[in-house]
Design a binder for this molecule. Structure first.
Ligand code: ADP
Ligand code: ZN
Length: 533
């Protein structure tokens, strides 16, 4: 077997081209597999060093390596970075004019390209495939790399239909090794991508997904911008970071707010002018201490080693998304923070979005299961890292010691009676057909708070009026949120976020289900400091 010699060539490229001394983690084994002509599936966390796994085979083997990458916006950066180390890298995409495209095509046919980046929709075109057939027959193709390969999984969090066309490349160029890479690692996604890309004989390389230098913290949301500000000021003043928000509007407002408070914050979302987006991205990459406030449109493929924190001011839709986004912190291995503020409205809003979303019932169930896992992570009293890794099918023997629940073990309390009071109120409101009430009204009723809305609807006559005056409003919000998170209460599919009983509610009302809740001190909710609640 020629493997050791092949790997020797890989090591030589690692040193001479990239200037690194040794392979990291499984890089050596992966590169050995591909250099030897075999296929590979690589599951490695963000920052793990996936790029070299295909760049080195592309450089060390004869011919051109084809790299499928989903984001045109990033190709330019990737190609520049490779050129800076002397590799002959090019891309083909829709931003090029025909003169530029034909220059690249000529270079390809002349065997002068080590790495070619292409978007999946371009590789789906028969004209591109024919061009690459010719390259294959002339100088040869060294490897086909499929980056962000989870995009082929229909049930994943990032599905791109164009990825489905990549399944037949193995038949088209049977002698060219293929390598599929992703930082998304659930069993389901893993199986689906192997199947759809028809990588039946590939060797699978599953790295540990643990990122020990990232501290995970989830705090109850109170006044998210203030909380975010004090988190940044107290712990990451002057550091580079990413703040994720759900909507474009919230991105812009948060960026403005932070900038007004003296933080170098820039917005990024798909609705911004392409030039503004590119300028903000390059400032983030090149300047020190920029805080990028962004929707999840930002980040994939961004390689900035010293991002010191990733903050979410809205709840991510899945643990996969959360882990991929937080994984953009601390690629350099130095201590970093993943901070999330999460509240009642997040749950209501996301449940409502799922209930009213397009797509069939199976799709909604899938979204719902994703959200449930995310909520369970938010509400857990156990080690967060352990829970995330378990979600990806990996075990952590001991609690990590570097997440908020490890640093300060949350207390729990028996919330059965308050839960019964709350659910009884929902029952009574549900009987008033045609009226829609969210959490605020329910809490006002429980606390016996007279408002125009409670008076107008005669809610002060309800049997549950004022029976919950022993808890503060903030505490009730915590109860409500946790009941929703645990599925003991539901959001109706009426598009208004009306709260209704769930299947689990009956057990609580009858007393057969005990409700255990996290204790949240109002102080912890306000100060981002210790982050525990
Ligand atoms: P991923 O694509 O898995 O998120 P990258 O390929 O961008 O990760 O690598 C993350 C960082 O680690 C990059 O800055 C890269 O240069 C660096 N890196 C990768 N492999 C090695 C290595 N063997 N030695 C030193 N640094 C490495
Ligand atoms: Zn922990």
């Amino acid at each position: 077997m020629a493997a050791p010699i092949a790997l020797e060539a890989g090591l030589e490229t690692l040193r001479s081209t990239f200037g690194y001394d040794a392979f990291r983690g499984q890089q050596g084994e992966i590169i050995d597999q591909v250099l030897g002509g075999g296929d590979a599936i690589v599951l490695m966390p963000t920052g793990g060093g996936k790029s070299l796994c295909y760049q080195i085979p592309a450089l060390a083997r004869q011919g051109t390596g084809v790299v499928v990458s989903p984001l045109i916006a990033l190709m330019h950066d990737q190609v520049s970075a490779l050129r800076a180390v002397g590799a002959r890298a090019e891309f083909l995409n829709s931003t090029q004019d025909s003169a530029e495209r034909s220059r690249v095509e000529q270079a390809l046919l002349a065997g002068q390209v080590d790495l070619l980046y292409v978007a999946p929709e371009r590789l789906a075109l028969e004209s591109t495939r024919r061009l690459l057939d010719n390259v294959h027959n002339a100088g040869g193709l060294s490897v086909v790399a499929i980056d962000e390969a989870h995009c082929v999984a229909q049930w994943g969090h990032d599905f791109r239909p164009d990825y489905l066309t990549l399944g037949d490349l193995g038949e088209r160029w049977p002698d060219v090794p293929r390598i599929a890479l992703t930082a998304t690692a659930t069993e389901a996604t893993h199986r689906e991508l192997a199947m759809r890309l028809r990588l039946d004989d590939a060797k699978h390389f599953v790295s540990s997904f643990d990122r020990p230098n990232i501290q995970y913290r989830i705090v109850p949301k109170d006044d998210p911008r203030r909380q975010l500000l004090s988190f940044i000021k107290n712990e990451h003043d002057g550091d580079a970071g990413i703040v994720y928000a759900l909507s474009r509007k919230s991105v812009e407002q948060t960026a403005e707010f932070l900038a007004a408070q003296g933080i170098k914050a820039l917005p990024y979302h798909a609705g911004l002018d392409a030039r503004v987006r590119a300028a903000n991205q390059s400032r983030f990459l090149r300047d020190d201490g920029i805080v990028m406030v962004a929707t999840i449109a930002f980040g994939m493929g961004i390689d900035k080693p010293d991002v010191r924190f990733v903050a979410h001011i809205d709840l991510p839709k899945s643990v996969e998304g959360y882990y991929q986004e937080t994984g953009r912190a601390g690629r350099d291995g130095l201590p970093s923070t993943a901070w999330l503020a999460y509240g009642l409205n997040d749950v209501v809003q996301q449940r409502r979005m799922i209930e009213t979303s397009e797509g069939d019932e199976a799709h909604r169930r899938r979204l719902s299961a994703n959200l449930d896992a995310m909520l369970a992570l938010c509400e857990t009293v156990d080690c967060r890292r352990r829970q995330v890794l378990a979600y990806f099918g990996q075990n952590l023997a001991e609690p990590c010691g570097n997440c908020d629940t490890c640093i300060e073990k949350p207390e729990t309390w028996d919330g059965t009676v308050p839960a019964q009071k709350l659910l009884s109120t929902v029952v009574r409101l549900q009987r008033e057909r045609g009226q829609r009430f969210g959490g605020g009204q329910i809490i006002d009723i429980l606390r016996g708070k007279t408002t125009p809305r409670t008076t107008q609807h005669g809610h002060d006559k309800l049997a549950t009026w004022g029976i919950g005056s022993d808890l503060a409003e903030q505490q009730w919000r915590g109860v409500l949120r946790q009941l929703l998170a645990q599925g003991l209460l539901a959001v109706a599919d009426d598009g208004y976020g009306t709260l209704v009983l769930s299947e689990g509610s009956a057990g609580v009302l009858s007393g057969s289900t005990k409700v255990e809740l996290r204790k949240e001190s109002p102080k912890a909710a306000r100060s981002a400091g210790s982050g525990s609640a």
